[in-house]
Ligand binder design. Structure first.
Ligand code: ZN
Length: 346
């Protein structure tokens, strides 16, 4: 797949109103995109509904012309706890409070109370379902080790790097299975990389690389971002990308999903990761305003001044779950039109 400006999504997509209670994003004090919201069904009906919601999002992505599709994380209330709750060693019965994201967000988190282990497959059924429903290459997402460490309270290891390597070992077992099943892209979400550039260098890359051992056929990706827009939570765009990208260039990861749109980061930064394929964020997930194809094409062509176009994919900054479904659909269509335009002008 070396066509310039292939199109893809980062992971999450909005859920249909019938699947889960829709909680507004901008109502201060309320939780956002699913957190605290109830599923619209239970039992077998919920399983059927999740299957159908996945079919809807696959259709939406194919209909928009997206080349590499995802399940939109339709089965997840959280990209992270969907995985951590399935791992051994975590307790989500009694939550605790922890300052996360470099002291930016006081969150209720699960506790790590014993060795982290993967005792059973976590995403293989989800992946098999997708593979049966679409002919396009599919992406599947796992939270990265540093993000798991930051988003849980360690009461067992007493050392972040040690815990991260244990998490990485468990995630690697999962990744190897997803690889064997035929995942096109296995993506590790590491939004917290942007908050801890020093830790990225110290142990973040080593833990990420540990996740990839023995993955032979799937492309591997890391998604770095400044996190979902949330009411009342500061989301400063800090100058950590140069440090992170330099470190990631030395990793074994194939692809990087990076936020360039809302952050207004300079595409010149791509020069720091010349060996990587970059999912170049050119769609903002924090505004309902639909970018124009012209605008997207201009952004992609500007990026192509610093990295070969066949190493650039068009992608939203991050998951589109904070948006309404019609807006997300329109944004995907405009992104595909923009990528096509950019290809023509190349
Ligand atoms: Zn993100």
């Amino acid at each position: 797949m070396s066509q310039p400006f292939l199109t893809t999504v980062v992971g999450s997509m909005p859920k249909p109103a019938w699947l889960m209670e829709q909680v507004p994003l901008n109502e201060a004090g309320k939780q956002v995109h699913g957190k605290g919201a109830d599923w619209g069904f239970s039992g077998d009906l919920l399983t059927d509904a999740m299957d159908d919601a996945t079919r809807v999002t696959l259709h939406d992505q194919e209909n928009a012309g997206i080349d590499i599709v995802s399940d939109g994380e339709q089965r997840r209330t959280s990209y992270l706890t969907y995985i951590t709750q399935r791992l051994e060693g975590f307790d989500y019965e009694t939550l605790t409070k922890k300052w996360t994201r470099n002291k930016r967000r006081l969150a209720e988190v699960g506790r790590c109370v014993g060795p982290v282990k993967r005792s059973k497959p976590m995403l293989s059924d989800d992946l098999k379902f997708m593979l049966a429903e679409t002919d396009r290459p599919v992406k599947i997402t796992l939270p990265g080790p540093m993000t798991v460490v930051d988003s849980t309270a360690d009461e067992h290891y007493g050392d972040e790097a040690t815990m991260a390597m244990a998490v990485a070992e468990a995630l690697n077992e999962e990744a190897r299975e997803l690889d064997a099943l035929g995942a096109g892209v296995i993506q590790f979400d590491e939004p917290v990389f942007s908050r801890y550039p020093d830790k990225v260098k110290e142990w973040g890359i080593a833990a990420l690389d540990r996740c990839l051992e023995g993955v032979e056929n799937s492309q591997t990706a890391a998604h770095i971002c400044y996190s979902y827009p949330m009411p009342g939570v500061p989301r400063p765009i800090v100058d950590s990308y140069p440090v992170i990208l330099e470190a990631l260039e030395g990793s074994k990861i194939d692809q990087l999903a990076l936020e360039f749109e809302a952050s207004h980061l300079n595409p010149e930064l791509l020069r720091l990761c010349p060996s990587k394929t970059v999912m170049f964020g050119c769609i903002d997930n924090g505004t309902d305003e639909i970018e124009s194809p012209d605008y997207v094409a201009t952004k992609l062509l500007a990026a192509a001044k610093h990295l070969p176009a066949d190493q650039i994919q068009a992608a939203p900054d991050c998951g589109l779950v904070p948006l309404g479904l019609p807006v997300a659909r329109a944004k995907l269509k405009t992104m595909v039109a923009g990528a096509k335009l950019a290809r023509e002008k190349l």
